[in-house]
Design a protein around this ligand. Structure first.
Ligand code: NDP
Length: 290
């Protein structure tokens, strides 16, 4: 069948992907290290392969959703991959994806890496906003674009097999900073008579309103001038930081989540760049201006 595919890995995410492909009528062959996880899918029409080799032999398109790079390699070790198109949706680093691409090419397979920007509950749900970054073989991606678009949106970011992981990790890293800030906000208010769900609504609206911050940084990086259009400059923000830290102390909250970023902002002010915004921190993190 032209729409047939194989999926290796039936964890929380793999099972969600499998469901979406089955719901849309695709001919799906599945394999999982622990075979019992394939049973509910087999009951819904999937073919549960008895071995990795037979699962891979069943279709040209082989999607992987395993724990990490090591499990991808050990799972495919010794299996004939000649002429296969591997789409690896296992989260990893850009370097790991590039190494896997070479490893696959040496075995005669085309390789596409993917970074899933969703949790399993968003997979196969129209309008959920779920999408996957893809990079690597453009020919393999084009050949399977329609099948890949079934569980989530597709965003192809280039031939470099590491780019999907790099985009994925860039977004996850930004999210980590947001989670840290939200966590600190809850700690500040935890002992007071402020309902957590009320603070949550306020945080959600505020963070949405502040999300244009990224576009301001982008403009400055593109122009090389970090002073234009700055509404809150570093000198002002450094004063504000003192208030944030003093309030943390008053409330008995450790400032440890705030301090690393604030130290870098202070360094720029001390370097005489108080009329800029935080764009210069990008250069500090890299050790030099690009
Ligand atoms: P789970 O922990 O639910 O499942 C892990 C899967 O990997 C299982 O199928 C497990 O098999 C298999 N596995 C683990 N180690 C090995 C191994 N050595 N050899 C063969 N198979 C192995 O993870 P998820 O399904 O949630 O995640 C899978 C991938 O998707 C990860 O890379 C994750 O980062 C990514 N992802 C997950 C998201 C999420 O919200 N869950 C979001 C975005 C990406 P077994 O059943 O035998 O243990």
């Amino acid at each position: 069948s032209p729409t047939g595919l194989t999926l290796l890995g039936l964890g929380a995410m793999g099972t969600a992907l499998a469901s979406a492909w089955l719901d849309s009528g695709h001919d799906l062959t599945v394999w999982n290290r622990t075979p019992t996880r394939a049973e509910p899918l087999a009951a819904r029409g999937a073919t549960a392969a008895a071995s990795v080799a037979s699962a891979v032999a069943a279709n040209d398109l082989v999607v992987l959703c395993l724990l990490d790079d090591a499990s991808v390699r050990s799972t495919l070790d010794g299996v004939d991959l000649t002429g296969k198109d591997l789409v690896n949706l296992t989260t990893g680093t850009p370097g790991g994806a590039r190494a896997l691409a070479e490893w696959a090419a040496a075995r005669g397979a085309r390789f596409v890496d993917g970074g899933i920007m969703a949790v399993p509950q968003m997979i196969g749900v129209p309008g959920s906003g779920a999408y996957v970054f893809y990079s690597g073989s453009a020919a393999a991606f084009e050949a399977h674009r329609d099948v890949l678009a079934v569980p989530a949106g597709t965003t192809y970011v280039g031939e470099d097999p590491g780019f999907a992981a790099l985009h994925d990790v860039a977004l996850l890293s930004a999210m980590t900073g947001m989670f840290a800030g939200v966590t600190h906000a809850f700690a500040l208010t935890r002992k007071e008579n402020i309902a957590p769900h009320e603070l949550a609504e306020l945080l959600s609206g505020w963070l949405t309103a502040m999300s244009g911050y990224a576009r301001g940084i982008a403009e400055h990086l593109a122009s090389g001038d970090y002073t234009t259009g700055v509404t809150s400059n570093l000198a002002m923000m450094a004063e504000g930081n003192a208030t944030l830290l003093a309030t943390a102390e008053e409330q008995g909250v450790s400032p440890e989540l705030l301090l690393p970023f604030m130290r870098l902002m202070r360094q720029l002010v001390d370097d005489g760049r108080g009329d800029e915004d935080t764009t210069g921190v990008v250069d500090l993190l890299l050790g030099s201006r690009v």
